[in-house]
Write a protein that binds this ligand. Structure first.
Ligand code: ADP
Ligand code: MG
Length: 605
């Protein structure tokens, strides 16, 4: 066994000691069952189809027996025609029912997949942002697409196989006992050897299957990262194609070995079972011949029996194989349940109060916050009155962005309170809180869709006129109107067919359509050149009027016009006040002012 995972000796020891403690909890079958429940009508129909096909399959050997024992000895062509005709008719009927069952199988399988996929995705939508900063996108993608695809195999393949085979075995056993109980006992005696408990194989398969899934996560992550527009640009500019190739090869190679292991596990057992399929009939021929020579059995019965054996041993060996599949399929369900069990962001602080008639007062009270171990904010307190503009300034890494992210509850502080209009935001309904807040950051995200569709993300029912006036306010309308396809232009992957400044102005227009009471701008105009920024500045001022704005600014003009400036350093607010007041004090702000804005000050008219 190559590659990662538990040491080989551990796996083998657990093979030989089935009672050793299982590292994994049992899969919750009831929980899996809940996904099947809505399809009970189709499932009942499938069951009926299976039974019907199975019973129809019992008929041909019987007709064969009667053909040999009655029709031929009686020299009756009429009977021959009847039996042969019935043989053909039952086969055709079974085929037709099989087609119907195939449709139902797909319907149930695909339906359950749709349901699981949707609940998985909608659960992911409600996961906190920290989950997404800590998890590779590729891993998430893999679970939503590949893992769920695997469930389809379990549902339409494995489950139906199990039921079909059980029904086949039961009906066949009943039939052969009715035909001749002595021969039936010989036939059945061989079966236990076949469904010999395969649990050690299943357990090993479970482990390998699980590691295979993890490798696939890795592959998906690498693909995701290297084939994204930013990733590919990075690779090309550092000429790392060769390096990326070998990195990919290594993971792909690990996956190859795991898949081979997976294919080989249990092959020996399956081979043994295969041999039984030949050995079984041999015993039946022997016992049958002995009885026939004794005159207590007809040749037709022996022939029918041997035909039935394939309906007995085939299903039995299939069932043995399926048991292995079911155990390892648990690994897949487990990965999906892992995700579904992760707490959503509502769970962290479950407020239900609706935020209505927002005035827009923002208060931080002794807020401390860490990203895991890393403390980002220490005892931050401030108040922004409704309608005011507050500027956050300070060196990079000081905690400015972190402060803004606590307002829409993207993160929850470990201690202290964040309040809007006097409500602790933890008590507020999350959607009503976020509806009141508009955010534009430096990293604007656009969907690979038209400009109009991207803008409408801000307000779904916005009319074309609304779009135009928002675009005008953000000083992007003229640019859009100048494009050959205007508002129907597709912006490209992540908006990369636009310049940074154009993207940012689109993002501004989008948030203007949302028309929030509280506006957060995190270096939102940083990609704009000074010409553009000057043009947008007046628009912004109009926009910020009557709204509470929290602005992380990098331009002096924005800072100077703010009602209050908070200077952030090392996760604390070290100074606050107006530009003139802080400058006169000659403290941190004055230093920052000289360092950061000297050029701007000197070149200012
Ligand atoms: N998701 C995160 N996980 C861990 N640490 C983070 C995360 N985001 C930011 N930080 C850290 O928190 C500190 C404050 O970051 P930030 O608020 O983005 O600073 P600013 O916006 O003032 O430049 C930095 O030291 C940064 O490295
Ligand atoms: Mg920042």
């Amino acid at each position: 066994m190559l590659g990662g995972g538990p040491p080989v000796h551990l796996m083998w020891s657990s093979m030989f000691n089935p009672d050793s403690p299982q590292p994994k909890r049992k899969v919750d079958l009831r929980r899996i069952g809940r996904f099947f429940a809505p399809y009970w009508r189709e499932e009942t129909l499938i069951l009926i189809c299976i039974v019907a096909v199975s019973v129809l399959g019992l008929l041909p050997p019987l007709f064969t027996k009667w053909l040999i024992d009655d029709a031929i000895p009686q020299h009756s062509m009429k009977l021959v025609f009847i039996y042969v005709g019935a043989m053909i008719a039952s086969a055709i009927l079974a085929g037709v029912i099989g087609v119907v069952q195939g449709y139902l199988n797909s319907y149930v399988g695909e339906g359950i997949m749709r349901d699981i996929r949707t609940s998985l995705v909608s659960h992911l939508h409600r996961m906190p942002i920290s989950f997404f900063t800590n998890t590779k996108t590729g891993e998430i993608m893999n679970r939503v697409s590949n893992d769920v695809d695997n469930i389809d195999n379990i549902v339409t393949g494995t489950l139906v196989t199990i039921v079909t085979n059980i029904v086949m075995i039961v009906t066949t056993v009943v039939t052969i006992f009715v035909l001749d109980w002595r021969l039936a006992i010989i036939s059945v005696a061989v079966i236990p050897l076949m469904i010999f408990p395969l649990s050690p194989v299943g357990r090993r398969m479970y482990g390998v299957r699980k590691r295979t899934r993890e490798k696939r996560d890795e592959i998906e992550s690498i693909t995701q990262e290297t084939l994204s527009i930013s990733g590919i640009t990075l690779i090309k500019s550092f000429v790392r194609e060769q390096f990326e190739r070998s990195r990919f090869f290594q993971v792909a190679n690990d996956l190859m070995r795991l898949e081979i292991d997976l294919a080989m596990i249990g092959r020996w057992f399956i081979m043994l079972i295969g041999a039984m399929v030949v050995i079984g009939p041999a015993f039946v021929w022997m016992g049958g011949s002995w009885l026939a020579i004794g005159g207590t059995l007809t040749v037709g019965t022996i022939v029918a029996f041997v035909a039935y054996l394939s309906r007995l041993y085939g299903p039995a060996s299939a069932l043995a194989g399926v048991q292995v599949q079911v155990v390892s399929a648990a690994a897949v369900f487990e990965r999906i349940f892992d995700y579904l069990d992760m707490p959503t962001e509502e769970a962290a602080c479950d407020g239900s109060q609706m935020l209505e008639n927002v005035r827009g007062e923002i208060v931080f009270e002794n807020v401390s916050f860490s990203y895991g171990e890393r403390q980002a904010l220490r005892d931050v307190s401030f108040r922004i009155a409704p309608g005011q503009t507050a500027a956050l300034v300070g060196p990079s890494g000081a905690g400015k962005t972190t402060i803004t992210q606590l307002v829409p509850r993207f993160y929850i502080p470990q201690s202290g309170r964040v309040e809007i209009d006097g409500h602790d935001i933890c008590d507020l309904d999350l959607a009503s809180l976020r509806n009141a807040i508009g955010i534009v950051t430096q990293e604007t995200y656009l969907f690979h869709d038209t400009i109009a569709a991207n803008l409408r993300y801000g307000r779904m029912d916005a009319s074309d006129d609304d779009l135009v006036s928002a675009a005008k306010a953000a000083n992007i309308h003229d640019f859009i109107a100048g494009l050959p396809e205007g508002y129907q232009t597709v912006v490209g992957e992540r908006g990369h067919k636009l310049s940074g400044g154009e993207r940012q102005r689109l993002a501004l227009a989008r948030v203007l359509l949302k028309d929030p009471r509280i506006l957060i701008l995190d270096e939102a105009t940083s990609s704009l050149d000074s010409h553009n920024e000057a043009m947008i500045q007046s628009a912004l001022e109009r926009v910020m009027e009557n709204r509470t704005s929290l602005v992380i600014a990098h331009r002096l003009s924005t800072i100077i016009s703010a009602d209050v400036i908070f200077v952030v350093e090392g996760g604390r607010i070290v100074e606050s006040g107006t530009h003139a007041l802080l400058l006169a004090r000659g403290g941190a702000y004055a230093r920052l002012y000289l360092e950061q804005f000297r050029d701007e000050v000197l070149t200012a008219p």
